[in-house]
Design a protein around this ligand. Structure first.
Ligand SMILES: *[C@@H]1O[C@H](CO)[C@@H](O)[C@H](O)[C@H]1NC(C)=O
Ligand SMILES: *[C@@H]1O[C@H](CO)[C@@H](O)[C@H](O)[C@H]1NC(C)=O
Length: 329
């Protein structure tokens, strides 16, 4: 019966004629008998943009599918500030996930663009990458804890467990951290050569962490005004190159060595590998709760090109893209 309902709902197409991509309608998900707390809200923040929309849709479906209490989930989507874009994205979400509880926000990209150093632009410098800096102000005060996720992830475990990650008495955020990574490489030689700057990491045991999977205490963030602290480093970056491009280094400057760890099972990362050399990555040893296609390659692009990596088959079941035109001879 459940299977029949699932097949039925997958066969109903969501029609949004103004949109380039057509997505299927996801089934409705119900709290399962394993749901222990029916009123324990889990807040999830993600960005939405037309380029990575297919990834976001798969991530949302995977979260719902593995949640024992899908009714408890509240999604917070942040898009760029163009009204037309926001309306199109909202239409896609509303049509594919008619039962989802979600809220839409727009990031003022003018403010962010003014903070991004203009010397070299790359895809890493898209204003929406900086949305995670502004969650504490974008989301309402009533949201006290949020799970932030990149759009190239798929969950295979209950997000409530990730949301329950302990932040201890003082940490503002939790993220998967990697102390074997070469931390120095995220900053320029002129940063390390300037004691007034490099002193910021003194006595902190700073390690690289991934900002694509974070649990954030928004109350602590607001109290400490961390948006301003991150912004100050971005202002400095505009005047002198202290790091290579991207939204990660200002996060490292403010938080490295001060975060709580997220179990690495929630960030089986690097699965994107490298599109150019066609390298496929394997899973890291240990359990798997979240698959993260970080890196240059994306599973949907490889599947479309007919050259998927073996692990891309774990992403494919969550792909909501409707492909009637590709199937047409
Ligand atoms: C999104 O779409 C839904 C359904 O059409 C509508 O009720 C809601 O007001 C829209 N939200 C925004 C922010 O446009
Ligand atoms: C966005 O930010 C710019 C520059 O800070 C400001 O002039 C503009 O009014 C803001 N737009 C909105 C819609 O808040």
């Amino acid at each position: 019966m459940a299977l029949f309902l699932l097949l039925l709902s997958f066969s109903l197409l969501s029609i949004s004629p103004n949109h380039a991509l057509q997505f299927k309608e996801a089934p409705k998900f119900y709290n399962s008998p394993n749901c222990l707390s029916h009123d324990h809200t889990v807040n999830i923040a993600m960005t939405l943009d037309s380029v990575y929309l297919r990834g976001s849709m798969a991530a949302i479906l995977s979260i719902l599918h593995h949640s024992s209490c899908p009714d408890n989930l509240r999604f917070h989507f942040i898009s760029a500030s163009s009204t037309a874009t926001c309306r199109d994205l909202n239409r896609t979400i509303a049509t594919s996930f008619p039962y989802l509880t979600y809220y839409m926000y727009t990031l003022n990209d003018t403010t962010v663009a003014g903070l991004i150093s203009t010397s070299i632009r790359s895809s890493l410098d898209c204003p929406l990458n900086y949305a995670r800096n502004y969650l504490a102000t974008l989301l309402p005060e009533s949201v006290k804890r949020v799970v932030y996720l990149d759009d190239d992830v798929v969950l295979v475990d209950d997000i409530a467990k990730l949301a329950a990650t302990s932040l201890g008495d003082t940490a503002v955020l939790a993220a998967p951290q990697y102390c074997n990574a070469n931390f120095r490489s995220y900053f320029t030689p002129s940063f390390w050569a300037n004691p007034a700057l490099s002193m910021t990491f003194e006595g902190r045991n700073a390690c690289y962490f991934n900002t694509g999977v974070m649990v954030i205490d928004l109350e602590r963030w607001r109290e400490g005004d961390f948006t301003t602290k991150i912004t100050e480093w971005m202002e400095l970056q505009k005047r002198m190159r202290i790091y290579e491009l991207g939204s990660l280094p200002p996060f490292l400057l403010v938080f490295a060595g001060k975060i709580a760890p997220v179990d690495h099972r929630w960030n089986q990362h690097g699965l994107g590998g490298d599109n150019f050399h066609g390298l496929c990555r394997d899973l890291h040893p240990g359990p798997v709760s979240l698959l993260h296609w970080s890196g240059k390659g994306k599973p949907w692009a490889r599947l479309d090109a007919g050259r998927p990596c073996p692990l891309d088959s774990l992403w494919a079941p969550f792909d909501l893209l409707e492909t009637p035109f590709l199937l047409d001879p």
